[in-house]
Write a protein that binds this ligand. Sequence first.
Ligand code: LFR
Length: 491
Amino acid sequence: RSHHRFAAIDLGASSGRVMVARTGPDTLTLQEAHRFPNRPVRTAGTLHWDILSLYAGVMDGLRAAGSGSVPLTSIGIDGWAVDYGLLDADGVLLGNPVHYRDTRTEGIAAKAWTTVPPTELYAATGIQYAPFNTLYQLMAAQGTAQLQAARHALLIPDLLTYWLTGELGTELTNASTTQLMDPATNTWSHDVVTRLGIDLSLFPPLRHPGDPAGQLLPHVLDEAGLTTPTPVTTVASHDTASAVAAVPATTENFAYICTGTWSLAGLELTAPIRTEESREANFTNELGIDGTVRYLRNIMGLWLLQECLRTWEVSTGAPDLEALLREAAHAPVLRSLVDAADPAFLAPGNMPHRIAQACEATGQPAPRTPAETTRCILDSLALAHRRAIEDAQRLADRAVDVIHIVGGGARNALLCQLTADACGLPVVAGPAEAAALGNVLVQARAHGLVGDDRQAMRALLARTQQLTRYEPTTDPARRAAWEEASRRVPA
Ligand code: LFR
């Protein structure tokens, strides 16, 4: 058979999808088999993921994906990082996984630092401070009946893999986001983590992208209407790791921004950077495929806009996003800016108001209309992108000549152009479904269908995917405006 079909299950914070890719010697096409909403649910004051509804979406997706005439060669699962489900000794899930935007981790990091100072923690794990790191979530759960009953902790894609195949494992790239791991040795940071009372034996053995992750269980095959035995292949199960694997770079000197709910902006390196300067700049060292390090900063990303849209929807009905972006393109430029990397924007709830407040608190005019608010968000994001990419280059002592924007934000032409202008560098936008493509490519490679090296995978993407190039403005006045803004933006 010269063509193969792979299914990529890709779980994002606002929706999940099952994509089907067709790969051949020089082809790579991707089609959406099924998309389903991911709606967090708050019960008894805790924000949860509705994991069974996600599983049902996955099953619907597999049914749709398996309906073609060519059977699926394999399936891979990626999703957002840090969150986990706890299983009891019988392998039964103990409650719905808690959402990383839940407030249970407030104050936990400060408590951890009294035992292990932040400098030591960063030296051991290379992970930036974020209140939701798995380390802090597990500490927040200490003393609960649920954690006491738990025998296994499974990261979200690993939990779904377990339900599909019955096999327990901890995928490496996602494990690297937990802040429980050493990114140089790719093993758990036993010493430091044990001092914080974390029981690492909860995590099943590590598996690496490309490793087999079992076969679909008979009842799963049956329910998904699949007639052929189907293997699950371990991919880079952290969605951002899959997305970085699918950056269609054709040179070495590139930076990437994975856009979606978050903007993850940085560089691909071969070794972690754990200097004090790097810690103070809140850069993280997550693992990518083939021993690479994703040296990046988390920026609030299009969450700021999604969350505004949710508020406006309630007050005035769902706004038309396209129209809003057109209006925003003509709204006053760089008038008010917020720090788009500020964890103050992490929790859900009345985002337009919080943005207006942040502007006023820094002596800037508060945006009044949805278009003005949208403009404030996109200008602020572009500046946060610039700051992250400048900082990454300085801290890693590397210079880049192009920025790749992958993920959903690659479809946002205004954001791409503003990022090019802010950074003074060309932006290559696309593919929007980078996470699913990275997922598929790692599967295809494990089955010997694409070249072994990352460059070959990237070259295939550059040849087959539709990309859009944005040149930075050459207008001296506009360039000066971005320079001025970058000194003014609060951080
Ligand atoms: C993006 C992402 C980020 C991670 C955040 C929380 O979807 O995986 O990389 O920091 O979600 O898990």
